[in-house]
Design a protein around this ligand. Structure first.
Ligand code: ATP
Ligand code: MG
Length: 358
C-alpha cells in the first residue's frame, strides 16, 4: 500500500486542498515553497486572499464545485502577494470525501509548457518559412525552364528515351507542387475576422473530408448546440479543420478510424500574452482521433514547418494550422496517446453587439 500522505508530499507541483468555504485545508511541500510559507501559516486562510488570480473565475469555480466537475484555467497570472505574478495553469477538481472540498493544483508555465506541449508559431519557425519561401520563388523559374526543355527534347526521341524525359517532367512537376505549397504557406493573408458559426465550418470540413481523403473514416459530431459565434475567418478555419482531419485520416488504419468533432464552451479559458494583454478564448473545438498517436520522436515539434512523420509529408500542415490559429489570437494544444489524439483549438467569441461601422 502506498501512503497517500507520501503521494501528496511527493507531488512536484504546488497543490492545495480547499474546504467548502474556500479556505486552505491542506498544502503540500511544493505549495509551501510556492507561497513561501509553512503549511501551518496557510491553514484556514481564505485561498483567494493568498492567491491572486488575474482572471474572473468565481463563476466557473462555483459551477465546478456544484457539478462536481474538474476545471482547467490556462495561462493566468498567479501572484502570492510577495513576489511578481507568474504565468500558471490551474487545475481544480472536487475531492471525494468532505462535502464541497476541492483540490487545486498550480502548474507554473515553464513546467506546463513542457507537460502539455502547447504551442504558437515561434519566430525561428517564421524565419525558416521565410527562407523556404525565398528559395521556392528562386527555384520555380529555372524549374519551369527545365520542364519546357525536356518537353521540347521529347519531340524527337525514341520511345525508350521518352521515358527519361517523362521522368524529368513528372519529377519537376512534383517539386513545383511542393514549392507552391511552401509559397502558399507564406502567402496566407491576415484573417478577415467576422462572426462565424463554428459548427458550419466543422460541417463543411466533415463533408469534404468524407468525400475525399477521409472516405474511409467515420466522423462523429459532438456539438454543444448553445455554442455562441466565434470571431474568425471562416475559410481559414476551414483550412485548419481540414488539415487536422487529413492528418487523422492519414494516421488511421486504412480500414477506417473514427474522428470526433467536439465543441464546448469554457467560460474561464484565457490566453495571456507576453505584453500582458489577456484574451478570453472560451470556444473550444477538439478534433479527437482513435489512431496510433503522434510518433514519440516528433511530439514536441509537430507544429514546426517541415517536421513530418510520413513518407510523402511536407510537414507544413500543422505549421499552417498553428499560424492561422495564432493569427486569430487563438490557442492550439495537443495531447496524444495511442488510441486517442486530441487537437484542441480555443477561439475568441464574436462581440455580442454588432460593432459600429466606421
Ligand atoms: N492525428 C494524428 N495522429 C498521428 N500522428 C499525427 C497526427 N497529426 C499529425 N501527426 C504527425 O505529425 C506530423 C506532422 O503533421 P503535418 O500535418 O504538419 O505534416 P504532414 O501531414 O506530414 O505533411 P502535410 O500536412 O504538409 O502534407 C505528421 O507527419 C504525423 O507524423
Ligand atoms: Mg498534414
Amino acid at each position: 500500500m502506498i501512503d497517500e500522505a507520501a503521494i501528496w508530499g511527493a507531488l512536484p507541483v504546488p497543490g492545495l486542498v480547499l474546504d467548502a468555504e474556500d479556505r486552505i485545508a491542506s498544502a503540500n511541500p511544493a505549495a509551501e515553497n510556492f507561497f513561501n510559507a509553512s503549511e501551518r501559516a496557510l491553514l484556514g486562510a481564505p485561498v483567494w486572499d493568498r492567491l491572486m488570480v488575474d482572471a474572473p473565475m468565481e463563476e466557473s469555480f462555483r459551477r465546478a464545485r456544484e457539478n462536481g466537475t474538474p476545471l482547467f484555467v490556462n495561462d493566468v497570472d498567479v501572484g502570492t502577494g510577495d513576489r511578481p505574478p507568474m504565468q500558471c495553469n490551474l487545475q481544480i477538481a472536487p475531492l471525494g470525501g468532505p462535502a464541497g472540498a476541492m483540490i487545486l493544483v498550480i502548474s507554473p508555465r515553464e513546467l506546463a509548457g513542457r507537460l502539455t506541449k502547447s504551442h504558437s508559431v515561434k519566430s525561428a519557425a517564421k524565419s525558416a518559412i521565410g527562407m523556404a519561401e525565398m528559395l521556392a520563388h528562386e527555384i520555380k523559374n529555372p524549374l519551369a525552364g527545365i520542364t519546357g526543355a525536356a518537353q521540347l527534347l521529347s519531340m524527337n526521341l525514341s520511345k525508350d528515351d521518352l521515358e527519361l524525359t517523362d521522368l524529368i517532367v513528372a519529377e519537376t512537376r512534383r517539386i513545383l507542387k511542393l514549392l507552391e505549397q511552401v509559397e502558399q504557406f507564406g502567402n496566407t493573408r491576415p484573417p478577415t475576422m467576422q462572426p462565424v458559426n463554428v459548427h458550419d465550418v466543422l460541417d463543411r470540413a466533415r463533408r469534404s473530408a468524407l468525400l475525399g481523403f477521409g472516405a474511409h473514416m467515420k466522423i462523429v459530431e459532438d456539438y454543444d448546440p448553445s455554442l455562441p459565434l466565434a470571431q474568425g475567418d471562416p475559410d481559414q478555419l476551414l483550412q485548419v479543420i481540414l488539415n487536422l482531419l487529413k492528418n487523422a485520416s492519414e494516421a488511421s488504419d486504412p480500414a477506417g478510424g473514427t474522428v470526433r468533432l467536439h465543441t464546448y464552451y469554457e467560460h474561464s479559458f484565457r490566453l495571456r500574452r507576453a505584453d500582458g494583454d489577456g484574451q478570453s478564448l472560451p470556444l473550444q473545438i477538439e478534433v479527437i482521433d482513435d489512431g496510433p498517436g503522434l510518433p514519440a520522436d516528433l511530439e514536441g515539434d509537430i507544429f514546426d514547418p517541415f517536421v513530418s512523420g510520413r513518407e510523402n509529408g511536407t510537414g507544413l500542415g500543422l505549421a499552417l494550422v498553428s499560424k492561422i490559429v495564432s493569427d486569430h489570437g487563438g490557442w492550439i494544444s495537443v495531447s496524444s496517446a495511442p488510441g486517442r489524439t486530441v487537437f484542441r483549438i480555443s477561439l475568441p467569441r464574436a462581440p455580442r453587439e454588432p460593432k459600429e461601422t466606421r
